[in-house]
Design a protein around this ligand. Structure first.
Ligand SMILES: *Cc1c(COP(=O)(O)O)cnc(C)c1O
Length: 351
């Protein structure tokens, strides 16, 4: 038997959101925070055109996409690093800072990938429990030691949806030493409407140890193609590029991301519609008697405790797939109005 790293025995396999079908054939996938919309015709056309060239390797440096992102956000191209999904950029970040004893702090519960990536990279995870479904930034700052290399801050937080306000975030960052990298994971930034929630890019501009992670998977509807990016100061972006496998971002992903930036107005109009549905779903749940943390993402969080799995299977009977975290709660993505109505009916029946 080949010998594998001992850490593999302790790592749970990633559980993808499963599709479910009701007895009468309905199926709504509200388990992975995807865009509920079909891809834009202009993006599909660009991908089809790009398919004619797939005998060739992609541009290894994704020059056009890098420059388009730099122009879009008003940052130097050297500050942009791309990867096949922002989860892979996160993995690259772990690889840039990890060595035996290196500590990485993050809130828990938060994005499921963080502990796996830490384990894989050989970093020590320091998990700081959420308080009232949000980051306990004081406790996170208290957890910093001279072994701390990196802190992940997920805002809005997956799976609770709660973002971090400007003053709290700034006060926290003031306590982080300059040699500790802070990663603002803003996978859901496009869904944020609360003006008290800062744009991570404004913060990165003023702080060399802060970088921002964003993705084309959620608001831009390209989850299936895998492309995400980091914006950070030159040493950070350069370190990430160094650990990137050549040709990691495939040519169709590059093309689709460029086409999506060109069609940004159309895509952001869809995001607006999802935000309206989010408000409707949250208010309906509250009217049903649920407690729902204020969410700025494209999902809602229900803390169900022991009833979580039972709730997920009740939703499954109605053809609605949600994301359960056993013993804790369920995350439910905002879908199209029909999917949301079906979910709301299941939630009402469960109460
Ligand atoms: C979905 C998600 C990502 C990554 O998505 P990719 O598809 O890998 O770009 C990163 N961070 C958080 C918090 C997410 O929820």
């Amino acid at each position: 038997m080949p010998r594998f790293r001992a850490i593999l025995d302790t790592m749970p396999a990633y559980k993808a959101g499963k599709a479910v079908v009701s007895a009468d054939g309905r199926s709504h996938k509200l388990s992975s925070n995807e865009s509920p919309y079909d891809p834009l015709p202009s993006v599909v056309e660009a991908i089809a055109e790009g398919a004619r060239q797939i005998n060739r390797y992609p541009d290894p440096a994704s020059v056009r996409l890098t420059e388009a992102l730099a122009a879009r956000f008003g940052v130097p191209a050297e500050h942009v690093a791309l990867g096949p999904g922002s989860v892979t950029v996160a993995q690259q970040l772990f690889e840039t800072v990890s060595e035996p004893g290196a500590e990485v702090i993050y809130a828990w519960r938060s994005f499921e990938a963080y502990p796996l990536l830490a384990d894989l990279a050989g970093a020590v995870s320091v998990r700081v429990p959420l308080v009232n479904e949000e980051h306990d930034l004081d406790a996170m700052a208290d957890a910093i030691t001279d072994r701390t290399r990196m802190i992940f801050v997920c805002t809005p937080n997956n799976p609770t949806g709660v973002p971090i306000g400007r003053d709290r975030l700034t006060a926290f960052l003031d306590r982080v030493p300059a040699n500790v990298l802070v990663v603002l994971d803003e996978a859901y930034r496009e869904y944020v409407r609360d003006e008290d929630v800062p744009d991570g890019l404004d913060i990165y501009r003023e702080r060399p140890n802060v970088c921002v992670l964003r993705t084309f998977s959620k608001a831009y509807g390209l989850a299936g193609l895998r492309v995400g990016y980091l914006i950070g100061h030159e040493p950070v972006a350069a370190a990430v590029r160094k650990v990137t496998i050549p040709f990691a971002v495939n040519s169709l992903a590059q093309i689709a991301a460029l086409a999506s930036l060109e069609a940004e107005d159309e895509l952001l109009a869809r995001v607006d519609a999802v935000v309206k549905e989010r408000t409707r779903v949250r208010e309906a749940l509250i009217a049903q008697g649920w407690e729902v943390p204020p969410t700025e993402a494209n999902f809602v969080w229900l803390r169900l405790g022991d009833r979580t799995l039972e709730f997920a299977s009740a939703c499954g009977m109605e053809g609605v797939a949600v994301r359960p975290f056993a013993g804790e709660g369920a995350r439910v993505s905002i879908g199209d109005p029909e999917a949301n109505d079906t979910f709301l009916k299941a939630a009402a029946a469960f109460r």
